[in-house]
Ligand binder design. Structure first.
Ligand code: NDP
Length: 387
C-alpha cells in the first residue's frame, strides 16, 4: 500500500460503486417496505423498560414467500438471470454500506429530535457509544411501523436465500455442476430463515427486538454484516467448489439438523412457558419455574417467569448450543482448505458468548436477588461442566 499510495490502493482493492447496484438495492428496500406496510399480521411484543407493550407487524412469512416466488418466477420465465445478485456483488456491498451508515445517522438524529417513545431512550453519556449501540428502543413511523423489526428482518434476511441461490447459479455456470456442499449449505440457511419467519411472534421477544436499542450495531449489522458475512459459505463455494464424500456430507447434515432441532426445541420451551403463564408440560412433566418481579420506568411492578426445567434446567443459554452446532456445520461444508468461510462460525461463537455475559448483566439489574437465586438453581451458563 505504501508503494501504491492510499487512493490507488483503494481504487484497486475496495469494492467499486455502481449505479445499477444502488438502484437494485434501493428497489429491493422499497419493495420490502411496501410488503411490510400492506400485508396483514400483528403480534404483541415484550414490555419495554419504560412500560410500553408495543404491537409489531409480523407479516414476514408472507413477505418472504411473495419475494422468493417473484424472484423464482422471473428467473424461470427467463426475465432475470439468477446470477444477477452475484454479478453486482461488489456494487451491492457499497450500496449496503451507504444505507447502513445513512440509517445509523438517521436513527441517531431521530432519537434526539423526534423520538417515538422518549421515555424508552437510553443515553450513556458517550456520543460514540450512543451512536454504536443506539438510543431509541423502538423508532417507529406511526404506532406500529417498527424500524428495528423491519431492518433486522426484512431486506437482509429475505435476501439471504436469494443471495445464496445466486451464488449457486454462479457455481453452476462456472463449473457445470452444483456441489453437494453448496446444496447442504443452502438447505441449512433456508431452514434457518424460514424458521425465523414461521416463528416471528417468538422473534419479537428475543434480545434483538425486546432488549437492544437501534443504532449502528443493528442498523449497519443488518444492512451490511448480515448479507455479506452470513452468505460467506456460498460466496466461497461459488469460486472454490467442494464435493464432499457422501459419508462426510451425511455427518455434516446430521450435526446441522441436530443443531437446528436443538435450537428450535430450546427456544420453544421458553416461549411456551411464558405464553401459557407456566401452565404447560416440559418433557412430559409440569414446567418447573420461578416467578420473578421487576419494576418498569413508570414505577409499576410486573411479573415474569424464569423456566428451570427441560433444556432451561441444563444451562441458562442452551439455545445458543444448538445455534453453534448449526453454524459450525454450515462452515464445515467448505472443508478445511481455507479459513475464510469459517469466519461465520467464529463470529457466532464470539457474539453468543458475549451475549451470555451482556444478557446476564442486564438480568441481574432487572431481577436483582431473584436472578442470583435462579443462577444458583441453574448453575451452568452455556455448556454443563465447562462454563
Ligand atoms: P433468548 O431468546 O434466549 O432471550 C434471552 C431473554 O430470555 C433474557 O434476556 C430474558 O428476558 C429471558 N430469559 C432468560 N432466561 C430465561 C428463562 N430461564 N426462562 C424464561 N425466560 C428467560 O436470547 P437471544 O435473543 O440472544 O437468542 C434467541 C435465539 O436466536 C437463540 O437461539 C440464538 O442462538 C439466536 N441468535 C441468532 C443470531 C444470529 O445472528 N444468527 C444472533 C443472536 C441470537 P426477560 O428480560 O424477558 O426476562
Amino acid at each position: 500500500m505504501q508503494a501504491q499510495g492510499f487512493s490507488a490502493f483503494v481504487r484497486l482493492y475496495a469494492p467499486a460503486p455502481s449505479l445499477q447496484a444502488n438502484a437494485l438495492y434501493a428497489t429491493w428496500i422499497l419493495f420490502q417496505a411496501f410488503l411490510y406496510t400492506v400485508l396483514p399480521g400483528r403480534s404483541k411484543g415484550q414490555m419495554t423498560p419504560a412500560g410500553h407493550l408495543l404491537e409489531y407487524r409480523t407479516n414476514g412469512l408472507l413477505a418472504y414467500e411473495i419475494s422468493v416466488a417473484l424472484f423464482l418466477l422471473c428467473v424461470f420465465s427467463g426475465f432475470l438471470d439468477p446470477t444477477i445478485i452475484a454479478r453486482h456483488w461488489e456494487g451491492l456491498i457499497v450500496a449496503y454500506n451507504i444505507w447502513g451508515y445513512a440509517l445509523s445517522c438517521i436513527a441517531y438524529i431521530k432519537a434526539h429530535y423526534a423520538p417515538s417513545h422518549a421515555d424508552d431512550r437510553h443515553f450513556s453519556g458517550s456520543a460514540l457509544y450512543d451512536f454504536l449501540m443506539g438510543i431509541e428502543f423502538n423508532p417507529r413511523f406511526g404506532t406500529d411501523w417498527d424500524w428495528k423489526l423491519f431492518h433486522n428482518e426484512r431486506p437482509g434476511i429475505i435476501a439471504w436465500t436469494l443471495i445464496n441461490f445466486s451464488f449457486a447459479a454462479v457455481q453452476y455456470k462456472k463449473f457445470g455442476t452444483v456441489t453437494n456442499s453448496m446444496i447442504i449449505v443452502n438447505i441449512f440457511h433456508l431452514m434457518y430463515v424460514v424458521d425465523l419467519f414461521i416463528n416471528e411472534a417468538w422473534y419479537v421477544k428475543t434480545i434483538d427486538i425486546a432488549h437492544d436499542h437501534f443504532g449502528f450495531y443493528l442498523a449497519w449489522g443488518s444492512a451490511v454484516w448480515l448479507p455479506t458475512m452470513y452468505t460467506l459459505q456460498t460466496q466461497y463455494l461459488a469460486r472454490n467448489p467442494v464435493q464432499l464424500h457422501p459419508a462426510v456430507a451425511a455427518a455434516i447434515l446430521c450435526v446441522g439438523l441436530g443443531g437446528y432441532w436443538l435450537f428450535r426445541s430450546v427456544n420453544d420451551q421458553k416461549y411456551r412457558v411464558r405464553r401459557t403463564n407456566g401452565d404447560c408440560k416440559i418433557w412430559g412433566k409440569p414446567a418447573k419455574y420461578m416467578r420473578a418481579s421487576y419494576v418498569t420506568g413508570d414505577g409499576k411492578t410486573h411479573e415474569s417467569i424464569l423456566l428451570m426445567s427441560g433444556w432451561w434446567g441444563v444451562s441458562r443459554h442452551f439455545n445458543y448450543v444448538g445455534d453453534l452446532m448449526l453454524s459450525y456445520a454450515m462452515c464445515a461444508v467448505c472443508g478445511t482448505r481455507d479459513l475464510i468461510p469459517w469466519t461465520y462460525a467464529f463470529f457466532m461463537t464470539a457474539i453468543l458468548v458475549h451475549r451470555c455475559l451482556r444478557d446476564e448483566k442486564r438480568l441481574e439489574t432487572k431481577y436483582g436477588e431473584q436472578w442470583t437465586k435462579y443462577c444458583a438453581q441453574v448453575r451452568w451458563r452455556l455448556i454443563p461442566g465447562i462454563w
